[in-house]
Design a protein around this ligand. Structure first.
Ligand code: IPM
Ligand code: MN
Length: 356
C-alpha cells in the first residue's frame, strides 16, 4: 500500500518524539512492504519564527495532499506569559483543526498493566479500565464568535456555539464506536446551565432512538469529572463538546499513569491528524528525556484509522507493551534512576518491530 503522510513536529519536545514515531512508522512500512512517502512542514511557534504564521499556507497545502498527518506538539513559553502577543502558536493548531475539518478527536484511555503502580489512583479501581473519549473539535467556545474585549479593555468575552448538524455528526460517530465496543454511550454536557448543552441533549436523544442496542446515559460534566477517576471502569464511550473533552481527557490521563502515554486521532473531512494528547513540554525540549510513547501510539492509530492496517497498528502496540514490561522507559514512568533516553526507547521499539 502507498502511504503519503505529512510530518508536523511543532514545538518543544515535538521534534524529538516525532522522530521516534517516524522511525517506528518507517520500520513498520518496510516490514509489511508499504511504500511510505513523507514531507515535513512548520507549525506552531517555529512556524511563527520562520514564516510569521503558526499554520502557514504551505503547511496546509501539504496536509491537504497527504493521507494522514503525524503531529507533535505546539506551544512555547515565549508566548504563554505574553497575553498581548498578536499571534499565538496555539492558533496554528486551531486553524489546522478548522481548515482540515477535524471534527472528531478520539482519545482512547487504556491501562497498561505494567504501569498500574504509577497511577496515583488505587489499582483495583483502574485495572481493566478501557474507554474512549470522543471530543468534538471544531466547535464550541474554542471557535464561537464574538470573542474579544470591550473597547475599554475591562470586559472580555467568548461565545459557545453549536449547530444541530455539528452535534449530530459527532454523536453519530460516537454511537458507531459504541456499537463496535461494549455498547454503552455517555453523553457529557452541562444541560442544567448551558443552552448549547440542552441542544446537545435534545439532538442526542433523537439519535439515541436509532441505536436501541446501545445503552445511553446523560451526565453533567462536573459529575463526569468525578466519576472518571472514582469509577473509570463504568465508561465505554464518552462523547462531549470541545472544551469539556479537553479537560476530561487530561484528567483521564491520570488513569494511564502518565500524560506521556495518551495518543489521539482527529478525524476530519479532508484528512486525519494523529497526535499525542500532551503538550510541548518546553522544560524538557532538547534533553532527550521526553516520553515518545503517546506519539508512537498515535502512529499506531494512524495505521489503524487512516489506512485500515490493523496488524501494523497491533505490532506497534505490542512493541510498546514489551518495552514497558522490559522497563525500557523514560524517566516519567521508569523506576527512580532507571529512566532511559527518548531515543533509546524509540530504538528499542524499532528493534522489537524488526524482530517480531
Ligand atoms: C489539546 C491542547 C489544545 C487544546 C491547546 C494546545 C490549544 O490542550 O490538544 O488538548 O486545548 O485543544
Ligand atoms: Mn488539552
Amino acid at each position: 500500500m502507498k502511504l503519503k503522510i505529512a510530518v508536523l513536529s511543532g514545538d518543544g519536545i515535538g521534534p524529538e518524539i516525532v522522530t521516534q514515531a517516524l522511525e517506528v512508522t518507517k520500520t513498520v512500512c518496510k516490514k509489511f512492504g508499504h511504500e511510505l512517502t513523507f514531507k515535513e512542514a512548520f507549525v506552531g511557534a517555529v512556524a511563527i519564527d520562520a514564516l510569521g504564521d503558526p499554520y502557514p499556507p504551505e503547511t496546509h497545502a501539504l496536509c491537504l495532499e497527504s493521507d494522514a498527518v503525524l503531529f507533535g506538539a505546539i506551544g512555547s513559553p515565549k508566548y504563554d506569559n505574553n497575553p498581548s502577543a498578536k499571534v499565538r502558536p496555539e492558533q496554528g493548531l486551531l486553524a489546522m483543526r478548522q481548515k482540515l475539518g477535524l471534527y472528531a478527536n478520539i482519545r482512547p484511555v487504556t491501562v497498561f498493566p505494567s504501569l498500574i503502580h504509577k497511577s496515583p489512583l488505587r489499582s483495583d479501581l483502574i485495572d481493566g479500565a478501557d474507554f474512549m473519549c470522543i471530543r468534538e473539535l471544531t466547535g464550541g467556545i474554542y471557535f464561537g464568535r464574538p470573542q474579544g474585549r470591550s473597547e475599554d479593555g475591562k470586559t472580555a468575552y467568548d461565545t459557545c456555539v453549536y449547530t444541530v448538524e455539528e452535534i449530530e455528526r459527532i454523536v453519530r460517530l460516537a454511537y458507531d464506536y459504541a456499537v463496535k465496543r461494549r455498547k454503552k454511550l455517555t453523553v457529557v454536557d452541562k444541560a442544567n446551565v448551558l443552552c448549547t448543552s440542552r441542544l446537545w441533549r435534545q439532538v442526542a436523544q433523537q439519535i439515541e432512538k436509532e441505536y436501541p442496542e446501545v445503552e445511553t446515559e446523560y451526565m453533567f460534566v462536573d459529575n463526569a469529572a468525578m466519576q472518571i477517576v472514582q469509577w473509570p471502569k463504568r465508561f465505554d464511550v464518552i462523547v462531549t463538546e470541545n472544551m469539556f473533552g479537553d479537560i476530561l481527557t487530561d484528567e483521564a490521563s491520570v488513569i494511564t499513569g502518565s500524560l506521556g502515554m495518551l495518543p489521539s486521532a482527529s478525524i476530519g473531512v479532508r484528512t486525519s491528524v494523529f497526535e499525542p494528547v500532551h503538550g510541548s513540554y518546553p522544560q524538557a525540549a532538547g534533553k532527550n528525556i521526553a516520553n515518545p510513547l503517546a506519539t508512537v501510539l498515535s502512529a499506531a492509530l494512524m495505521f489503524e484509522y487512516a489506512f485500515d492496517l490493523q496488524e501494523e497498528g497491533k505490532l506497534i502496540r505490542d512493541a510498546v507493551d514489551a518495552s514497558l514490561k522490559a522497563g525500557v522507559t523514560t524517566e516519567d514512568i521508569a523506576e527512580a534512576g532507571k529512566g532511559r533516553k527518548t531515543s533509546e526507547v524509540g530504538r528499542w521499539i524499532v528493534d522489537y518491530i524488526k524482530n517480531n
